[in-house]
Design a protein around this ligand. Structure first.
Ligand SMILES: [Zn+2]
Length: 344
């Protein structure tokens, strides 16, 4: 069974989580993944849309299967520059906007400059605005206060900031003594780290996948067309993505969640059953759930017309798309199921 190397985890996780990579602005993150693939000794190619594809020959070459994790995260874009010198915003993906109030951020201009700022309510000061406490934290009511001496729109334009610039709120990466991983984009960078750890383990131990396998590091998942470009010849596609936690769901931060159904319908019956049985037989902490407000790259590849059996699992994530958190136990259970399913 694969072991969990905490030092390796921390090294990969620090690099992957601390890199700004909202959907549509993922070059830095693919570069980091490619750096690890080079180090571990894997060939890969970067697809036209920016995704990274790794092909690994399996022990059995009778079929081609695939897995993936998405590198892209939620983020923001400058919608317009306001007359007061603040930035109006539009969303990349669907963050819980209330959780953005007060976040520090980077603003990336198209000529390579990076400015700091704070995302805050348009009624930010309690001593001034009657509705400072009660104003809805919708995207329309949030703006970026730029940390530069700007008083009006012209001042901002002089910095080189324009509509369509990328705004990234801080990832705030932290692993606590008690084993919690706290950072903004556990969805789905935890899975990116897990796949990289698996690849490193296989090289170090001279093991390989059961079947010929394509591993995709996808870049447009958060806006719904991530895996539209998967190889049409795959017969099975099991993606790693976050598990839901909350309400009546069974999922938890300590377990690997196996998804039986999401908003696009059920996952393949046999694949899901196999995942459940493997988790059970190997004593993993696992849960089976339906993910109510959720869609994944499996649905995307189905809609792209690929004929395959689809499955999904991943570590349970608390407060998804908000202040996300999981536990290393959830990561370890997911890493083990990944190994058991694709390699054992
Ligand atoms: Zn995701």
């Amino acid at each position: 069974m694969i072991n969990f190397n905490k030092d390796l985890f921390l090294r990969i996780a620090k690099a992957v989580f601390n890199c700004d990579s909202p959907t549509g602005f993922t070059k830095n993150a693919s570069g980091i993944v490619e750096g690890f693939l080079d180090e571990f000794g894997y060939d890969y190619k970067e697809l036209n849309n920016g995704a990274v594809e790794v092909f690994v020959k399996g022990r059995d070459n009778s079929k081609l299967v695939a897995t993936s994790a998405h590198l892209d995260t939620l983020g923001l874009m400058v919608r317009s520059i306001k007359n007061n010198g603040a930035l109006a915003l539009t969303m990349l993906g669907s963050p819980v906007t209330a959780s953005l109030d007060g976040e520090y951020c980077n603003i990336y201009t198209r000529d390579g400059k990076v400015y700091r700022g704070t995302i805050q309510s348009t009624s930010p000061a309690i001593h001034v605005y009657e509705d400072a406490k009660t104003k809805l934290r919708s995207i329309e009511n949030l703006e970026v206060r730029i940390d530069e001496k700007v008083k009006n729109k012209e001042d901002v334009e002089k910095l080189g900031i324009q509509n369509g610039d990328i705004v990234c709120y801080d990832p705030k990466f932290e692993v606590t003594e008690s084993g919690f991983l706290k950072t903004r984009f556990i969805d789905d960078k935890a899975s990116v780290v897990i796949l990289l750890m698996l690849l490193k383990y296989l090289k170090d131990n001279n093991e390989t996948f059961k079947y010929d396998t394509k591993i995709y590091f996808v870049v447009y998942e958060e806006v719904g067309h991530g895996a539209a470009m998967v190889d049409k010849n795959i017969s099975e596609f099991v993606t790693l993505d976050m598990g839901c936690v909350g309400l009546d769901l069974a999922g938890s931060e300590y377990a690997v969640s196996i998804c039986a159904k999401d908003s696009t319908g059920p996952y393949d019956y046999d694949v899901t059953t196999r995942l459940i049985n493997l988790a059970k037989e190997n004593g993993l902490n696992y849960t089976v759930d339906i993910f109510p407000n959720y869609a994944s790259d499996i649905g995307v590849a189905r809609k792209a017309g690929v004929d395959f059996k689809g499955g999904l699992f991943g570590t349970g994530v608390s407060a998804s798309h908000g202040m996300e958190r999981t536990h290393l136990e959830g990561i370890i259970n997911t890493l083990k199921l990944t190994y058991l399913y694709f390699v054992k």
